[in-house]
Design a protein around this ligand. Structure first.
Ligand code: FAD
Length: 473
């Protein structure tokens, strides 16, 4: 029977990073993975949801569709004439698949480099043998002193809207469409719904987004959500809020969706394709959690403390399967923390400084607290808000939309939150994350020399604006 110091169950961002870090720290490490996305050798691919059917393929499609939209609508204004512009969806999908293969195979290379054993197969707890855990992996049983559960999540489906990944798709089917649907309905106006809606709208679909909640992007700062809704509506996305889905009838190569609108009136909507993006559920099926007494909370997540320790000795859990934001970078940080904790080091994750990003155009990104959260806490704060319209680089790029809003403590000037809607927000937010991690004051950012002309100058100006002394606005 094979025996390991550390066995990781699941090879997504949480799991593969935990395995690499554990191996770097000198542990004999294995990672088991059972997904159906086989590589050319017939082995399951590593990278989990993120690399196979999540972050990476969605960003590849967002990039291509963005270029297409730029060529169609903004090139002419810059003196670039385009003739015969067309989108070749299968070629776009092939490029995306190539990126996925390159990255997932790359992780296999990293496993070889770091001497992590890949065990293809589904992992399930059997019980204890001495100080070790007995884990069934496919047809084999292995022993491990420490087990890190990183089994991730899968798309939440609605009982009255069965997903066939042909007409009604979750993220898996949505990333595989081979033609541009004329009419696309998206159920759920969250991050995934907005990103997928943007891809297909840019390529020519008429996109309607139906959202159950009365508000748009409730997790974001209200100013950002308001600006985003206005910009996305201008781009042509149609939104309906407070909607209850009643069901759908498949009709030919499409579907008729039945729902109740905000007033409770019955409505129908015809669609060529439907994408269901109503959140994700943790993967604990077939893990043997109940059999060994691994505690799962009321939301179906494996219960863990702030260091990702479960209720069982030497069993840890990270990523989408535990509490906290379902984000790849959060999963990876937890993977590193746990490997270092197993090694007796002081690995930690600062849950207050995890950035959020939505890769629409303009992008949306934030870190720290929103104004509404601070108001609810009764905190005293100051706000500096600067539009990209006041920035030369943004104008040169043809991206004057949006703003950066910095919120700092009124007494200490410590930065409490930074909220961005604008071009390259996904990259700009990194400066704010560093500031939050280092407990920086707005004045610290205000006194840092930012290169000119760059979008980062808007961050600089927002920090100056906290103290009511912006120079360029
Ligand atoms: P997963 O990536 O879900 O990996 C878990 C792995 O465990 C899977 O491969 C699964 O097959 C395997 N597994 C499960 N059970 C077992 C078992 N019993 N035995 C063996 N293997 C098992 N996040 C971002 O940060 N940025 C983004 O831009 C972003 N975009 C996204 C876009 C989409 C369309 C989707 C769906 C998600 C996106 N996410 C994004 C979220 C991100 O993909 C997840 O947060 C991340 O993948 C979680 O990592 P994980 O390791 O916890 O789980």
């Amino acid at each position: 029977m094979q025996s390991f110091d550390v066995l990781v169950i699941g090879g997504g961002p949480g799991g593969y990073v935990a395995a690499i870090r554990a191996a770097q720290l000198g542990f004999k490490t294995a990672c088991c993975e059972s997904n159906p996305y086989a590589d050319p050798k017939g082995e399951p691919r590593l990278g989990g949801t993120c690399l196979n059917v999540g972050c990476i393929p969605s960003k590849a499609l967002l990039h291509t569709s963005h270029l297409y939209e730029e060529a169609a609508h903004t090139f002419a204004g810059q003196g670039i004439r385009v003739q015969g512009l067309a989108i070749d969806v299968p070629a776009m999908m092939q490029r995306k698949a190539g990126i996925v293969t390159q990255l997932t195979q790359g992780i296999k290379g990293l496993f070889r480099k770091n001497k992590v054993s890949l065990l293809p197969g589904h992992g399930r707890f059997l019980g204890r043998e001495g100080e070790s855990w007995q884990i069934r992996v496919g047809e084999e049983t292995v022993l491990a002193k420490h087990v890190i559960v990183a089994t991730g999540s899968k798309a939440r489906h609605l009982p009255n809207l069965p997903v066939d990944n042909r007409i009604v798709c979750d993220n898996v089917g949505a990333l595989e469409l081979q033609v541009v649907p004329e009419r696309l309905v998206i159920v759920g106006a969250g991050v995934i719904g907005l990103e997928m809606g943007s891809v297909w709208r840019r390529l020519g679909s008429e996109v309607t987004i139906l959202e159950a909640l009365p508000d748009f992007l409730a997790a974001a700062d209200a100013d950002v959500a308001k600006e985003a809704l206005s910009l996305f509506t201008k781009q042509g996305l149609k939104f309906q809020f407070g909607v209850t889905i009643e069901g759908a009838e498949l009709k030919g190569d499409g579907a008729v969706l039945r729902y109740r609108d905000q007033e409770g009136k019955e409505q129908t909507l015809e669609a060529d394709r439907v994408i269901v993006s109503v959140g994700r559920v943790p993967n604990t099926e077939g893990l043997g959690a109940e059999e060994v007494g691994l505690q799962v909370n009321e939301r179906g997540q494996i219960a863990v403390d702030e260091h990702c320790r479960t209720n069982l000795p030497n069993v840890w859990a990270v990523g989408d399967v535990v509490r906290g934001p379902m984000l790849a970078h959060k999963a990876m940080e937890e993977g590193v923390m746990v490997a270092e904790r197993i090694a007796g080091q002081a690995g930690h994750v600062n849950y207050d400084a995890i950035p959020w990003v939505i890769y629409t155009a303009p992008e949306i990104a934030w870190v720290g607290k929103t104004e509404a959260q601070l108001k609810a806490e009764g905190a005293e704060y100051r706000v500096g808000k600067i539009p990209f319209l006041a920035n030369g680089r943004a104008l040169g790029m043809g991206a004057p939309q949006g703003f950066i809003k910095m919120i700092a403590c009124a007494k200490t000037d410590r930065i409490l939150g930074v909220h961005i809607i604008g071009a390259n927000a996904s990259e700009l937010i990194a400066e704010a994350v560093v500031a939050l991690e280092f407990g920086a004051a707005a004045e610290d950012i205000a006194r840092i020399c930012h290169a000119h002309p760059t979008l980062s100058e808007v961050m600089h100006e927002a920090a100056l604006a906290v103290d009511r002394r912006p120079l360029h606005f």
